[in-house]
Design a protein around this ligand. Sequence first.
Ligand code: AMP
Length: 278
Amino acid sequence: MEIFKTTQAIFDFVNQQKSLHKTVGFVPTMGALHAGHLQLVNESVRSSDITIVSIFVNPTQFTNSSDLEKYPRTIEADIKLLSSSQCDAVFLPSVEEMYHQNEAEWNYEIGEIADTLEGEFRKGHFKGVTQIVYKLFKAVPANFAFFGKKDYQQLMVIKKLVIDFNIPIKVVGCEIVRENDGLALSSRNVHLSITERNKALILYKALLMIKTNWDFDFANQLINEARKMILKENLVIDYLEIRNADNLKPIDGTETQSIVLVAAYVGKTRLIDNMMLD
Ligand code: AMP
């Protein structure tokens, strides 16, 4: 497995592989890798000849400086994990490599899809996400890029980004990987104490309760019930919403697929999760 630290080096590597008629899959991550990330790697390995993983904790997408500071960084373990997967190359840029002084402001107007849910509670988050993913897609002109549905809204935003900028990369969404008891894997789970870990499980249980009983006519009751379950465990809810899965607009009964999305704090740790309902 090769490790590249500059955009030029990874760009040359991708183009060299393409000139050999190899297809390239790309998995952008912020590291602290877990089975959710590895699933994306496996999807890439399955569908592409060459798999590249990037690890970069992107400062511009953090809306809170202490969240950025305490974001888990386990680079040695990550590299070990990737070397025992079928990943071919890792892109490990520094902040200075991805951002230069006095660079132009990133003013991409993503549109409505980014204004709601995460966009409402983490103002500027998707601006930072689209800025770095645009830069990563320039440096790694892969055929496919793999993103998790765990960050469902992010996946939709990235799909819009590649359309808006005519980026010839096919964005592939991969299913959420959960612990055996249902908790969605997240790099931030390492911050949870044992008690918090147990409380966090209510997010999965509440989403599952809505899915099991899903009926558009009872949407409000289901949300109220789920909200009660979550509050009983003393989580602080940012949002708990059922939305049209195609555009994240509020449901009106005409949508072909609905999705329930949640963001909540367990102590100081903010977790997100979602579940398709139809
Ligand atoms: P992150 O390192 O948290 O920025 O995540 C990198 C990629 O892994 C994103 O596309 C996430 O959606 C995806 N991911 C993170 N956790 C999971 C999970 N539990 N299941 C599936 N994909 C995930």
